[in-house]
Design a protein around this ligand. Structure first.
Ligand SMILES: Nc1ncnc2c1ncn2[C@@H]1O[C@H](COP(=O)(O)OP(=O)(O)OP(=O)(O)O)[C@@H](O)[C@H]1O
Length: 609
Protein backbone atom coordinates (compact mmCIF):
# COMPACT_ATOMS: atom_id res chain seq x y z
CA UNK A 1 0.00 0.00 0.00
CA UNK A 2 1.29 3.42 -0.91
CA UNK A 3 2.12 5.87 1.86
CA UNK A 4 1.71 3.32 4.64
CA UNK A 5 4.82 2.88 6.78
CA UNK A 6 6.34 -0.60 6.92
CA UNK A 7 5.70 -0.75 10.65
CA UNK A 8 3.37 1.44 12.69
CA UNK A 9 5.46 4.09 14.47
CA UNK A 10 3.61 3.77 17.78
CA UNK A 11 3.42 0.36 19.46
CA UNK A 12 -0.05 -1.05 18.95
CA UNK A 13 -0.29 -2.57 22.41
CA UNK A 14 -3.73 -3.91 23.18
CA UNK A 15 -5.38 -1.53 20.76
CA UNK A 16 -7.11 -3.42 17.95
CA UNK A 17 -6.75 -6.73 19.76
CA UNK A 18 -10.39 -7.50 19.02
CA UNK A 19 -9.97 -6.66 15.37
CA UNK A 20 -9.85 -9.87 13.37
CA UNK A 21 -9.37 -8.06 10.05
CA UNK A 22 -6.08 -6.23 10.56
CA UNK A 23 -4.56 -4.59 7.49
CA UNK A 24 -1.31 -6.01 6.12
CA UNK A 25 1.02 -3.55 7.79
CA UNK A 26 -0.50 -4.05 11.22
CA UNK A 27 -0.87 -7.74 10.80
CA UNK A 28 2.83 -7.96 9.96
CA UNK A 29 3.80 -5.78 12.92
CA UNK A 30 1.72 -7.92 15.25
CA UNK A 31 3.29 -11.11 13.90
CA UNK A 32 6.79 -9.69 14.31
CA UNK A 33 5.98 -8.61 17.82
CA UNK A 34 4.81 -12.15 18.68
CA UNK A 35 7.94 -13.70 17.21
CA UNK A 36 10.14 -11.27 19.10
CA UNK A 37 8.40 -12.25 22.31
CA UNK A 38 8.80 -15.95 21.57
CA UNK A 39 12.45 -15.38 20.66
CA UNK A 40 13.10 -13.55 23.90
CA UNK A 41 11.54 -16.32 26.00
CA UNK A 42 13.54 -18.93 24.08
CA UNK A 43 16.83 -17.05 24.28
CA UNK A 44 17.94 -18.43 27.66
CA UNK A 45 17.02 -21.94 26.47
CA UNK A 46 19.03 -21.79 23.26
CA UNK A 47 21.14 -24.88 24.00
CA UNK A 48 18.15 -27.04 24.97
CA UNK A 49 16.22 -25.75 21.99
CA UNK A 50 19.03 -26.53 19.53
CA UNK A 51 19.42 -29.96 21.16
CA UNK A 52 15.70 -30.61 20.64
CA UNK A 53 15.90 -29.60 16.99
CA UNK A 54 18.91 -31.88 16.38
CA UNK A 55 17.11 -34.80 18.02
CA UNK A 56 13.96 -34.17 15.97
CA UNK A 57 16.03 -34.20 12.77
CA UNK A 58 17.76 -37.48 13.72
CA UNK A 59 14.48 -39.08 14.76
CA UNK A 60 12.77 -38.22 11.46
CA UNK A 61 15.77 -39.19 9.33
CA UNK A 62 15.94 -42.62 10.93
CA UNK A 63 12.17 -43.07 10.69
CA UNK A 64 12.25 -42.71 6.90
CA UNK A 65 15.03 -45.27 6.48
CA UNK A 66 12.57 -48.17 6.84
CA UNK A 67 11.07 -48.44 3.32
CA UNK A 68 14.50 -47.92 1.65
CA UNK A 69 15.86 -50.82 3.71
CA UNK A 70 12.82 -52.92 2.73
CA UNK A 71 13.52 -52.19 -0.96
CA UNK A 72 17.12 -53.18 -0.45
CA UNK A 73 16.06 -56.36 1.34
CA UNK A 74 13.55 -57.39 -1.35
CA UNK A 75 15.70 -56.55 -4.38
CA UNK A 76 19.21 -57.42 -3.13
CA UNK A 77 19.27 -59.39 0.11
CA UNK A 78 16.47 -61.79 -0.82
CA UNK A 79 18.03 -63.04 -4.12
CA UNK A 80 21.41 -63.35 -2.36
CA UNK A 81 19.84 -65.30 0.52
CA UNK A 82 18.19 -67.58 -2.05
CA UNK A 83 21.68 -68.14 -3.41
CA UNK A 84 22.83 -69.07 0.11
CA UNK A 85 24.48 -65.74 1.06
CA UNK A 86 22.70 -64.55 4.19
CA UNK A 87 25.15 -61.75 4.95
CA UNK A 88 23.25 -58.85 3.29
CA UNK A 89 19.94 -60.01 4.81
CA UNK A 90 21.45 -60.01 8.30
CA UNK A 91 23.08 -56.61 7.78
CA UNK A 92 19.88 -55.06 6.46
CA UNK A 93 17.74 -56.58 9.23
CA UNK A 94 20.23 -55.32 11.80
CA UNK A 95 20.18 -51.87 10.17
CA UNK A 96 16.38 -51.88 10.23
CA UNK A 97 16.26 -52.72 13.94
CA UNK A 98 18.98 -50.16 14.72
CA UNK A 99 17.13 -47.43 12.80
CA UNK A 100 13.96 -48.28 14.74
CA UNK A 101 15.81 -48.11 18.06
CA UNK A 102 17.51 -44.81 17.22
CA UNK A 103 14.19 -43.35 16.01
CA UNK A 104 12.48 -44.48 19.24
CA UNK A 105 15.24 -43.26 21.54
CA UNK A 106 15.62 -39.87 19.87
CA UNK A 107 11.84 -39.40 19.81
CA UNK A 108 11.68 -40.11 23.55
CA UNK A 109 14.55 -37.69 24.17
CA UNK A 110 13.15 -34.85 22.10
CA UNK A 111 9.74 -35.18 23.73
CA UNK A 112 11.38 -34.73 27.13
CA UNK A 113 13.51 -31.81 26.02
CA UNK A 114 10.61 -30.15 24.22
CA UNK A 115 8.53 -30.44 27.41
CA UNK A 116 11.29 -28.70 29.33
CA UNK A 117 11.45 -25.90 26.77
CA UNK A 118 7.68 -25.45 26.64
CA UNK A 119 7.22 -25.43 30.41
CA UNK A 120 10.00 -22.90 30.89
CA UNK A 121 8.59 -20.65 28.16
CA UNK A 122 5.13 -20.82 29.73
CA UNK A 123 6.42 -20.08 33.20
CA UNK A 124 8.28 -17.07 31.84
CA UNK A 125 5.21 -15.80 29.97
CA UNK A 126 2.93 -16.30 32.96
CA UNK A 127 5.26 -14.29 35.15
CA UNK A 128 5.71 -11.61 32.53
CA UNK A 129 1.96 -11.18 32.07
CA UNK A 130 1.41 -10.99 35.82
CA UNK A 131 4.30 -8.57 36.33
CA UNK A 132 3.14 -6.39 33.47
CA UNK A 133 -0.45 -6.23 34.70
CA UNK A 134 0.82 -5.08 38.08
CA UNK A 135 3.12 -2.54 36.49
CA UNK A 136 0.56 -0.97 34.18
CA UNK A 137 -0.99 2.23 35.40
CA UNK A 138 -4.49 2.66 36.74
CA UNK A 139 -5.48 4.37 33.52
CA UNK A 140 -4.87 1.14 31.61
CA UNK A 141 -6.81 -0.99 34.07
CA UNK A 142 -9.78 1.34 33.98
CA UNK A 143 -10.37 0.59 30.31
CA UNK A 144 -8.85 -2.88 30.00
CA UNK A 145 -11.19 -4.87 32.17
CA UNK A 146 -10.09 -7.55 34.61
CA UNK A 147 -11.99 -10.09 32.49
CA UNK A 148 -9.67 -9.41 29.59
CA UNK A 149 -6.62 -9.75 31.78
CA UNK A 150 -8.00 -13.02 33.11
CA UNK A 151 -8.45 -14.36 29.60
CA UNK A 152 -4.85 -13.40 28.75
CA UNK A 153 -3.63 -15.19 31.85
CA UNK A 154 -5.88 -18.25 31.42
CA UNK A 155 -7.27 -19.17 28.01
CA UNK A 156 -4.50 -17.53 25.97
CA UNK A 157 -1.70 -19.09 27.97
CA UNK A 158 -3.64 -22.36 27.84
CA UNK A 159 -3.75 -22.19 24.03
CA UNK A 160 0.00 -21.66 24.01
CA UNK A 161 0.46 -24.56 26.40
CA UNK A 162 -1.48 -26.85 24.10
CA UNK A 163 0.70 -25.93 21.17
CA UNK A 164 3.99 -25.98 23.03
CA UNK A 165 3.27 -29.25 24.81
CA UNK A 166 2.82 -31.34 21.73
CA UNK A 167 1.89 -29.24 18.73
CA UNK A 168 5.25 -27.69 17.93
CA UNK A 169 7.13 -30.96 17.92
CA UNK A 170 4.35 -32.59 15.90
CA UNK A 171 4.47 -29.79 13.34
CA UNK A 172 8.25 -29.79 13.13
CA UNK A 173 8.64 -33.54 13.05
CA UNK A 174 5.75 -33.90 10.60
CA UNK A 175 7.29 -31.34 8.27
CA UNK A 176 10.75 -32.91 8.45
CA UNK A 177 9.29 -36.36 7.97
CA UNK A 178 7.61 -35.20 4.78
CA UNK A 179 10.78 -33.59 3.47
CA UNK A 180 12.90 -36.67 4.21
CA UNK A 181 10.25 -38.96 2.73
CA UNK A 182 10.10 -36.91 -0.48
CA UNK A 183 13.91 -36.82 -0.76
CA UNK A 184 14.15 -40.60 -0.20
CA UNK A 185 11.49 -41.14 -2.82
CA UNK A 186 13.38 -39.08 -5.39
CA UNK A 187 16.63 -40.86 -4.59
CA UNK A 188 14.93 -44.23 -4.94
CA UNK A 189 12.88 -43.51 -8.05
CA UNK A 190 12.63 -40.14 -9.75
CA UNK A 191 9.43 -41.00 -11.63
CA UNK A 192 7.60 -41.95 -8.42
CA UNK A 193 8.97 -38.74 -6.94
CA UNK A 194 7.44 -36.77 -9.83
CA UNK A 195 4.03 -38.38 -9.17
CA UNK A 196 4.30 -37.14 -5.59
CA UNK A 197 5.36 -33.71 -6.77
CA UNK A 198 2.25 -33.44 -8.95
CA UNK A 199 0.10 -34.58 -6.02
CA UNK A 200 1.73 -31.92 -3.84
CA UNK A 201 0.12 -29.19 -5.98
CA UNK A 202 -3.51 -29.87 -4.91
CA UNK A 203 -2.30 -30.53 -1.36
CA UNK A 204 -0.59 -27.14 -1.34
CA UNK A 205 -3.66 -25.41 -2.76
CA UNK A 206 -6.15 -26.87 -0.30
CA UNK A 207 -3.76 -26.23 2.57
CA UNK A 208 -3.45 -22.56 1.59
CA UNK A 209 -7.22 -22.34 1.36
CA UNK A 210 -7.56 -23.95 4.78
CA UNK A 211 -4.88 -21.72 6.30
CA UNK A 212 -6.49 -18.50 5.11
CA UNK A 213 -9.94 -19.42 6.27
CA UNK A 214 -8.93 -20.89 9.57
CA UNK A 215 -6.69 -17.96 10.46
CA UNK A 216 -9.62 -15.56 10.36
CA UNK A 217 -11.89 -18.02 12.15
CA UNK A 218 -9.37 -18.62 14.90
CA UNK A 219 -8.88 -14.93 15.49
CA UNK A 220 -12.65 -14.53 15.77
CA UNK A 221 -12.77 -17.51 18.06
CA UNK A 222 -10.21 -16.02 20.46
CA UNK A 223 -12.17 -12.76 20.55
CA UNK A 224 -15.43 -14.63 21.16
CA UNK A 225 -13.94 -16.69 23.98
CA UNK A 226 -12.39 -13.60 25.58
CA UNK A 227 -15.77 -11.84 25.40
CA UNK A 228 -17.37 -14.78 27.16
CA UNK A 229 -14.86 -14.60 29.98
CA UNK A 230 -15.13 -10.81 30.26
CA UNK A 231 -18.91 -11.02 30.46
CA UNK A 232 -18.76 -13.82 33.01
CA UNK A 233 -16.23 -12.04 35.22
CA UNK A 234 -18.14 -8.78 35.06
CA UNK A 235 -21.40 -10.40 36.12
CA UNK A 236 -19.77 -12.40 38.86
CA UNK A 237 -17.95 -9.37 40.29
CA UNK A 238 -21.16 -7.40 40.16
CA UNK A 239 -23.36 -10.28 41.33
CA UNK A 240 -24.90 -8.13 44.08
CA UNK A 241 -26.00 -5.49 41.61
CA UNK A 242 -27.17 -8.23 39.22
CA UNK A 243 -29.44 -9.72 41.86
CA UNK A 244 -30.51 -6.40 43.32
CA UNK A 245 -31.66 -5.13 39.93
CA UNK A 246 -33.04 -8.48 38.73
CA UNK A 247 -30.66 -8.54 35.80
CA UNK A 248 -30.54 -12.35 35.65
CA UNK A 249 -32.80 -12.80 32.62
CA UNK A 250 -31.19 -10.02 30.63
CA UNK A 251 -27.77 -11.38 31.54
CA UNK A 252 -28.77 -14.90 30.53
CA UNK A 253 -29.88 -13.58 27.17
CA UNK A 254 -26.63 -11.65 26.69
CA UNK A 255 -24.47 -14.57 27.79
CA UNK A 256 -26.56 -16.87 25.62
CA UNK A 257 -25.91 -14.68 22.59
CA UNK A 258 -22.17 -14.67 23.30
CA UNK A 259 -22.00 -18.45 23.72
CA UNK A 260 -24.01 -18.79 20.53
CA UNK A 261 -21.40 -16.67 18.71
CA UNK A 262 -18.69 -18.87 20.09
CA UNK A 263 -20.53 -22.06 19.16
CA UNK A 264 -21.29 -20.86 15.64
CA UNK A 265 -17.69 -19.92 15.07
CA UNK A 266 -16.34 -23.18 16.44
CA UNK A 267 -18.82 -25.03 14.24
CA UNK A 268 -17.53 -23.13 11.20
CA UNK A 269 -13.97 -24.03 12.17
CA UNK A 270 -14.86 -27.67 12.48
CA UNK A 271 -16.70 -27.44 9.18
CA UNK A 272 -13.44 -26.34 7.59
CA UNK A 273 -11.68 -29.37 9.04
CA UNK A 274 -14.51 -31.47 7.71
CA UNK A 275 -13.56 -30.39 4.19
CA UNK A 276 -9.81 -30.24 4.59
CA UNK A 277 -9.20 -33.65 6.17
CA UNK A 278 -11.17 -35.73 3.64
CA UNK A 279 -9.71 -33.70 0.75
CA UNK A 280 -6.23 -34.58 1.95
CA UNK A 281 -7.11 -38.23 2.40
CA UNK A 282 -8.62 -38.38 -1.04
CA UNK A 283 -5.55 -36.81 -2.61
CA UNK A 284 -3.30 -39.21 -0.71
CA UNK A 285 -5.24 -42.30 -1.76
CA UNK A 286 -5.53 -41.22 -5.38
CA UNK A 287 -1.78 -40.56 -5.46
CA UNK A 288 -1.02 -44.03 -4.07
CA UNK A 289 -3.36 -45.54 -6.70
CA UNK A 290 -1.64 -43.61 -9.51
CA UNK A 291 1.82 -44.56 -8.18
CA UNK A 292 0.75 -48.21 -7.97
CA UNK A 293 -0.66 -48.28 -11.50
CA UNK A 294 2.30 -46.40 -12.92
CA UNK A 295 4.91 -48.46 -11.02
CA UNK A 296 3.02 -51.73 -11.65
CA UNK A 297 3.37 -51.35 -15.43
CA UNK A 298 7.05 -50.54 -15.04
CA UNK A 299 7.56 -53.67 -12.94
CA UNK A 300 5.79 -55.67 -15.64
CA UNK A 301 8.05 -54.35 -18.36
CA UNK A 302 11.07 -54.92 -16.14
CA UNK A 303 12.13 -51.29 -15.77
CA UNK A 304 11.37 -51.21 -12.01
CA UNK A 305 12.20 -53.66 -9.29
CA UNK A 306 9.45 -54.97 -6.99
CA UNK A 307 11.27 -53.88 -3.82
CA UNK A 308 11.56 -50.30 -5.10
CA UNK A 309 7.85 -50.32 -6.01
CA UNK A 310 6.95 -51.44 -2.48
CA UNK A 311 9.19 -48.77 -1.03
CA UNK A 312 7.79 -46.01 -3.29
CA UNK A 313 4.23 -46.99 -2.34
CA UNK A 314 5.12 -46.96 1.35
CA UNK A 315 6.75 -43.56 0.97
CA UNK A 316 3.85 -42.14 -1.01
CA UNK A 317 1.34 -43.41 1.56
CA UNK A 318 3.45 -42.22 4.49
CA UNK A 319 4.06 -38.82 2.93
CA UNK A 320 0.43 -37.85 3.55
CA UNK A 321 0.17 -39.22 7.09
CA UNK A 322 1.66 -36.19 8.88
CA UNK A 323 -0.33 -33.78 6.69
CA UNK A 324 -3.49 -34.80 8.50
CA UNK A 325 -1.79 -34.60 11.86
CA UNK A 326 -0.23 -31.29 10.95
CA UNK A 327 -3.59 -29.94 9.84
CA UNK A 328 -4.94 -30.84 13.24
CA UNK A 329 -2.10 -29.09 14.99
CA UNK A 330 -2.35 -26.24 12.60
CA UNK A 331 -5.54 -25.35 14.47
CA UNK A 332 -3.79 -25.23 17.79
CA UNK A 333 -1.00 -23.36 16.07
CA UNK A 334 -3.50 -20.78 14.85
CA UNK A 335 -5.12 -20.32 18.21
CA UNK A 336 -1.74 -20.14 19.94
CA UNK A 337 -0.55 -17.58 17.39
CA UNK A 338 -3.65 -15.48 18.03
CA UNK A 339 -3.11 -15.85 21.78
CA UNK A 340 0.53 -14.86 21.46
CA UNK A 341 -0.49 -11.79 19.46
CA UNK A 342 -2.70 -10.67 22.33
CA UNK A 343 -0.19 -11.49 25.03
CA UNK A 344 2.57 -9.67 23.16
CA UNK A 345 0.21 -6.70 22.80
CA UNK A 346 -0.37 -6.60 26.53
CA UNK A 347 3.34 -6.88 27.20
CA UNK A 348 4.01 -4.09 24.73
CA UNK A 349 1.87 -1.62 26.66
CA UNK A 350 3.91 1.06 28.34
CA UNK A 351 2.75 2.26 31.76
CA UNK A 352 1.55 5.84 31.49
CA UNK A 353 2.97 6.56 34.94
CA UNK A 354 6.66 5.73 34.73
CA UNK A 355 9.60 5.86 37.05
CA UNK A 356 12.13 8.54 36.06
CA UNK A 357 15.35 7.38 34.41
CA UNK A 358 17.33 9.05 37.15
CA UNK A 359 14.97 9.12 40.15
CA UNK A 360 15.50 11.51 43.04
CA UNK A 361 15.62 9.72 46.39
CA UNK A 362 13.60 11.17 49.26
CA UNK A 363 13.89 8.69 52.12
CA UNK A 364 12.61 11.03 54.82
CA UNK A 365 9.84 13.06 53.27
CA UNK A 366 8.37 15.87 55.37
CA UNK A 367 5.11 16.02 53.45
CA UNK A 368 4.98 19.49 51.87
CA UNK A 369 2.80 19.34 48.76
CA UNK A 370 2.53 21.90 46.00
CA UNK A 371 0.36 21.99 42.91
CA UNK A 372 1.71 24.52 40.39
CA UNK A 373 -0.37 25.41 37.32
CA UNK A 374 -1.74 21.90 37.30
CA UNK A 375 -3.87 20.92 34.36
CA UNK A 376 -5.35 17.47 34.17
CA UNK A 377 -7.87 15.42 32.18
CA UNK A 378 -8.41 11.67 32.03
CA UNK A 379 -7.00 10.29 28.78
CA UNK A 380 -8.44 12.16 25.84
CA UNK A 381 -11.46 13.23 27.90
CA UNK A 382 -12.38 16.73 28.99
CA UNK A 383 -10.11 18.78 31.26
CA UNK A 384 -11.06 18.03 34.86
CA UNK A 385 -8.63 20.38 36.60
CA UNK A 386 -8.05 23.43 34.36
CA UNK A 387 -5.49 25.32 36.42
CA UNK A 388 -4.83 24.39 39.99
CA UNK A 389 -2.38 26.10 42.32
CA UNK A 390 -2.17 24.78 45.81
CA UNK A 391 0.37 24.95 48.58
CA UNK A 392 0.02 22.50 51.44
CA UNK A 393 2.69 22.86 54.13
CA UNK A 394 4.00 19.70 55.78
CA UNK A 395 1.82 18.50 58.63
CA UNK A 396 -1.34 20.29 57.58
CA UNK A 397 -4.67 18.47 57.61
CA UNK A 398 -6.74 19.45 54.63
CA UNK A 399 -10.37 18.64 54.08
CA UNK A 400 -11.46 18.62 50.45
CA UNK A 401 -15.17 19.21 50.00
CA UNK A 402 -17.36 20.01 47.05
CA UNK A 403 -20.18 18.62 44.99
CA UNK A 404 -19.99 15.27 43.23
CA UNK A 405 -17.66 15.36 40.28
CA UNK A 406 -15.91 18.53 41.46
CA UNK A 407 -12.50 16.88 41.16
CA UNK A 408 -11.67 15.98 44.76
CA UNK A 409 -10.70 12.37 44.09
CA UNK A 410 -8.78 13.54 41.04
CA UNK A 411 -6.63 15.79 43.23
CA UNK A 412 -6.06 12.85 45.60
CA UNK A 413 -5.12 10.52 42.72
CA UNK A 414 -2.62 13.05 41.40
CA UNK A 415 -1.00 13.33 44.84
CA UNK A 416 -0.72 9.54 45.03
CA UNK A 417 0.62 9.63 41.44
CA UNK A 418 -1.91 7.15 40.10
CA UNK A 419 -1.93 9.55 37.15
CA UNK A 420 0.49 12.16 35.89
CA UNK A 421 -0.57 15.75 35.38
CA UNK A 422 -1.04 16.87 31.78
CA UNK A 423 0.33 20.34 32.55
CA UNK A 424 2.19 21.97 35.46
CA UNK A 425 3.58 19.92 38.30
CA UNK A 426 2.88 18.36 41.68
CA UNK A 427 5.80 18.31 44.10
CA UNK A 428 6.52 16.64 47.40
CA UNK A 429 9.08 18.55 49.48
CA UNK A 430 9.99 20.42 46.31
CA UNK A 431 10.60 17.27 44.22
CA UNK A 432 8.38 16.71 41.20
CA UNK A 433 6.49 13.44 41.75
CA UNK A 434 7.58 12.34 38.27
CA UNK A 435 11.20 12.63 39.36
CA UNK A 436 10.74 10.91 42.70
CA UNK A 437 11.90 7.32 43.22
CA UNK A 438 8.78 5.10 43.23
CA UNK A 439 9.78 3.37 46.46
CA UNK A 440 10.09 6.65 48.29
CA UNK A 441 6.87 7.95 46.77
CA UNK A 442 4.93 4.85 47.84
CA UNK A 443 6.39 5.03 51.32
CA UNK A 444 5.73 8.75 51.70
CA UNK A 445 2.19 8.88 50.31
CA UNK A 446 -0.53 6.43 51.22
CA UNK A 447 -4.09 6.57 50.02
CA UNK A 448 -6.99 4.87 51.76
CA UNK A 449 -10.10 4.60 49.65
CA UNK A 450 -13.70 3.76 50.31
CA UNK A 451 -13.14 0.35 48.77
CA UNK A 452 -10.84 -0.77 51.64
CA UNK A 453 -9.77 -3.91 49.88
CA UNK A 454 -8.78 -6.88 52.01
CA UNK A 455 -6.52 -9.58 50.59
CA UNK A 456 -6.94 -13.21 51.48
CA UNK A 457 -5.07 -13.97 54.68
CA UNK A 458 -5.44 -13.01 58.31
CA UNK A 459 -6.44 -9.67 59.75
CA UNK A 460 -2.86 -9.31 60.95
CA UNK A 461 -1.49 -9.90 57.41
CA UNK A 462 -3.86 -7.29 56.10
CA UNK A 463 -2.81 -4.67 58.60
CA UNK A 464 0.89 -5.43 58.10
CA UNK A 465 0.56 -5.18 54.31
CA UNK A 466 2.80 -2.15 53.90
CA UNK A 467 5.17 -3.26 56.64
CA UNK A 468 5.41 -7.06 56.64
CA UNK A 469 8.19 -6.98 59.22
CA UNK A 470 5.93 -5.27 61.81
CA UNK A 471 5.79 -6.95 65.20
CA UNK A 472 2.51 -8.14 66.72
CA UNK A 473 2.55 -5.28 69.19
CA UNK A 474 3.04 -2.75 66.38
CA UNK A 475 0.07 -4.24 64.51
CA UNK A 476 -2.02 -4.12 67.67
CA UNK A 477 -0.97 -0.57 68.46
CA UNK A 478 -2.07 0.54 64.98
CA UNK A 479 -5.40 -1.23 65.41
CA UNK A 480 -5.90 0.37 68.83
CA UNK A 481 -5.09 3.80 67.45
CA UNK A 482 -7.93 3.63 64.96
CA UNK A 483 -10.34 1.88 67.31
CA UNK A 484 -10.24 -1.47 65.50
CA UNK A 485 -8.72 -3.51 68.30
CA UNK A 486 -11.95 -4.42 70.11
CA UNK A 487 -13.85 -5.73 67.14
CA UNK A 488 -10.79 -7.66 65.92
CA UNK A 489 -10.53 -9.39 69.30
CA UNK A 490 -14.20 -10.35 69.03
CA UNK A 491 -13.54 -12.19 65.73
CA UNK A 492 -13.27 -16.03 66.00
CA UNK A 493 -9.46 -16.06 65.97
CA UNK A 494 -8.73 -12.44 66.81
CA UNK A 495 -5.86 -11.08 64.74
CA UNK A 496 -5.36 -14.53 63.19
CA UNK A 497 -8.86 -14.65 61.72
CA UNK A 498 -8.86 -15.42 58.02
CA UNK A 499 -10.83 -12.61 56.40
CA UNK A 500 -12.17 -14.85 53.64
CA UNK A 501 -13.38 -17.70 55.82
CA UNK A 502 -16.88 -18.00 57.13
CA UNK A 503 -17.08 -16.20 60.46
CA UNK A 504 -14.07 -14.12 59.53
CA UNK A 505 -16.09 -11.95 57.19
CA UNK A 506 -16.04 -8.36 58.30
CA UNK A 507 -18.49 -5.55 57.60
CA UNK A 508 -17.75 -2.64 55.26
CA UNK A 509 -17.10 -0.35 58.25
CA UNK A 510 -14.81 -2.89 59.89
CA UNK A 511 -12.95 -3.25 56.61
CA UNK A 512 -12.37 0.46 56.61
CA UNK A 513 -11.03 0.31 60.15
CA UNK A 514 -8.61 -2.44 59.14
CA UNK A 515 -7.41 -0.44 56.17
CA UNK A 516 -6.95 2.56 58.49
CA UNK A 517 -4.81 0.49 60.79
CA UNK A 518 -2.86 -0.61 57.70
CA UNK A 519 -2.25 2.99 56.67
CA UNK A 520 -1.27 4.07 60.15
CA UNK A 521 1.21 1.26 60.44
CA UNK A 522 2.68 2.32 57.10
CA UNK A 523 3.28 5.69 58.78
CA UNK A 524 3.40 7.84 55.65
CA UNK A 525 4.33 11.53 55.53
CA UNK A 526 1.16 12.16 53.52
CA UNK A 527 -2.05 10.33 54.20
CA UNK A 528 -5.00 10.58 51.84
CA UNK A 529 -8.41 9.44 52.97
CA UNK A 530 -10.84 9.31 50.07
CA UNK A 531 -14.31 8.77 51.48
CA UNK A 532 -12.55 6.39 53.79
CA UNK A 533 -14.92 6.95 56.68
CA UNK A 534 -18.12 6.66 54.65
CA UNK A 535 -19.03 3.17 55.88
CA UNK A 536 -18.51 3.90 59.54
CA UNK A 537 -21.47 4.47 61.82
CA UNK A 538 -21.46 7.63 63.90
CA UNK A 539 -19.92 6.02 67.03
CA UNK A 540 -17.48 4.22 64.75
CA UNK A 541 -16.56 7.43 63.06
CA UNK A 542 -16.12 9.19 66.40
CA UNK A 543 -13.80 6.44 67.51
CA UNK A 544 -11.80 6.79 64.35
CA UNK A 545 -11.80 10.53 64.66
CA UNK A 546 -10.15 10.30 68.01
CA UNK A 547 -7.52 8.07 66.48
CA UNK A 548 -7.33 10.28 63.44
CA UNK A 549 -6.63 13.39 65.46
CA UNK A 550 -3.64 11.90 67.23
CA UNK A 551 -2.33 10.21 64.11
CA UNK A 552 -2.78 13.13 61.77
CA UNK A 553 -1.07 15.47 64.18
CA UNK A 554 2.37 15.20 62.65
CA UNK A 555 1.67 14.32 59.05
CA UNK A 556 0.15 15.94 56.01
CA UNK A 557 -3.36 14.69 55.42
CA UNK A 558 -5.86 15.11 52.66
CA UNK A 559 -9.33 14.08 53.72
CA UNK A 560 -12.18 13.80 51.28
CA UNK A 561 -15.39 13.31 53.18
CA UNK A 562 -19.00 14.22 52.70
CA UNK A 563 -19.58 14.14 56.43
CA UNK A 564 -18.92 17.50 57.95
CA UNK A 565 -18.11 15.95 61.32
CA UNK A 566 -15.00 14.47 59.72
CA UNK A 567 -14.17 17.77 58.08
CA UNK A 568 -14.21 19.52 61.46
CA UNK A 569 -10.87 18.03 62.48
CA UNK A 570 -9.12 19.68 59.54
CA UNK A 571 -6.77 22.65 59.86
CA UNK A 572 -7.93 23.93 56.52
CA UNK A 573 -10.87 23.35 54.23
CA UNK A 574 -10.71 23.56 50.44
CA UNK A 575 -14.05 23.81 48.70
CA UNK A 576 -13.85 22.61 45.11
CA UNK A 577 -16.16 23.26 42.22
CA UNK A 578 -15.59 22.27 38.59
CA UNK A 579 -11.94 21.50 39.18
CA UNK A 580 -11.17 24.79 40.93
CA UNK A 581 -10.69 25.70 44.58
CA UNK A 582 -13.42 28.23 45.28
CA UNK A 583 -12.99 28.57 49.05
CA UNK A 584 -9.90 28.12 51.16
CA UNK A 585 -9.65 28.71 54.91
CA UNK A 586 -9.95 27.20 58.37
CA UNK A 587 -13.29 25.52 59.10
CA UNK A 588 -14.12 28.34 61.52
CA UNK A 589 -13.35 31.05 58.98
CA UNK A 590 -15.42 29.43 56.29
CA UNK A 591 -18.35 28.75 58.61
CA UNK A 592 -18.30 32.37 59.70
CA UNK A 593 -18.41 33.52 56.07
CA UNK A 594 -21.27 33.29 53.62
CA UNK A 595 -19.81 30.90 51.06
CA UNK A 596 -20.77 27.39 50.02
CA UNK A 597 -19.14 25.75 53.00
CA UNK A 598 -21.04 27.96 55.42
CA UNK A 599 -24.31 27.11 53.65
CA UNK A 600 -23.43 23.42 53.70
CA UNK A 601 -22.54 23.62 57.36
CA UNK A 602 -25.73 25.42 58.34
CA UNK A 603 -27.79 22.87 56.44
CA UNK A 604 -25.93 20.07 58.21
CA UNK A 605 -26.47 21.70 61.62
CA UNK A 606 -30.17 22.09 60.90
CA UNK A 607 -30.39 18.39 59.98
CA UNK A 608 -28.98 17.46 63.39
CA UNK A 609 -31.66 19.33 65.32
N1 LIG B 1 -11.23 7.36 35.53
C1 LIG B 1 -11.84 8.39 34.99
N2 LIG B 1 -11.90 8.51 33.66
C2 LIG B 1 -12.51 9.56 33.09
N3 LIG B 1 -13.10 10.54 33.77
C3 LIG B 1 -13.09 10.47 35.11
C4 LIG B 1 -12.45 9.39 35.78
N4 LIG B 1 -12.60 9.59 37.11
C5 LIG B 1 -13.28 10.75 37.25
N5 LIG B 1 -13.57 11.29 36.06
C6 LIG B 1 -14.26 12.56 35.81
O1 LIG B 1 -13.53 13.58 36.45
C7 LIG B 1 -14.39 14.50 37.10
C8 LIG B 1 -13.99 14.65 38.56
O2 LIG B 1 -14.17 13.41 39.20
P1 LIG B 1 -13.72 13.15 40.70
O3 LIG B 1 -13.85 11.70 40.95
O4 LIG B 1 -12.41 13.78 40.95
O5 LIG B 1 -14.85 13.94 41.49
P2 LIG B 1 -15.11 13.99 43.04
O6 LIG B 1 -15.18 15.42 43.39
O7 LIG B 1 -14.16 13.16 43.77
O8 LIG B 1 -16.56 13.36 43.08
P3 LIG B 1 -17.24 12.42 44.19
O9 LIG B 1 -17.56 13.28 45.35
O10 LIG B 1 -18.45 11.95 43.51
O11 LIG B 1 -16.26 11.34 44.49
C9 LIG B 1 -15.79 13.98 36.89
O12 LIG B 1 -16.35 14.73 35.84
C10 LIG B 1 -15.62 12.56 36.44
O13 LIG B 1 -16.60 12.22 35.49
Amino acid sequence: MKGVPATPSVPLGVQDEENSQLDRVHSKAVRRRSLRLLGSTLAPLRATFVGTVVLVVIAQATRVLGPALIALAVDTALPQAQAGNWGPAIWISGGYVLAAIVAGATTAAFIRLAARVSQTVLLDLRQRVFGQTQRLSLEFHESYTSGRIISRQTSDLEALRELLDSGVTSLASGFLYMVFTAVSLFVLDVQAGLVLLVAAIPVWLITRWFQKRSQVLYRISRVASARLIVNFVENMTGIRAVQAFRREDANNARYGALTEDYRANTARTMGLNGIYDPALQLTGNVTVAVALAFGGFRVLDGSLEVGVLIATLLYTKRFFQPVQQMAMFYNSFQSAAAALEKISGLLEEIPTVRQAADPVPLPNAKGALRFSDVEFGYGAGKVVLPNLDLDIPAGQTIALVGQTGAGKSTVAKLVARFYDVTGGSVTLDGVDLRELASRDLRRAIVMVTQEAYLFSGTVRDNIALAKPEATDSEVEAAARAVGAHDFILALPDGYDTDVNKRGGRVSAGQRQLISFARAFLADPAVLILDEATSSLDIPGERLVQRGLQTLLADRTALIIAHRLSTVAIADRVLVMSDGRVVEDGTPEELIAGDGRFAALHHAWEDSLV
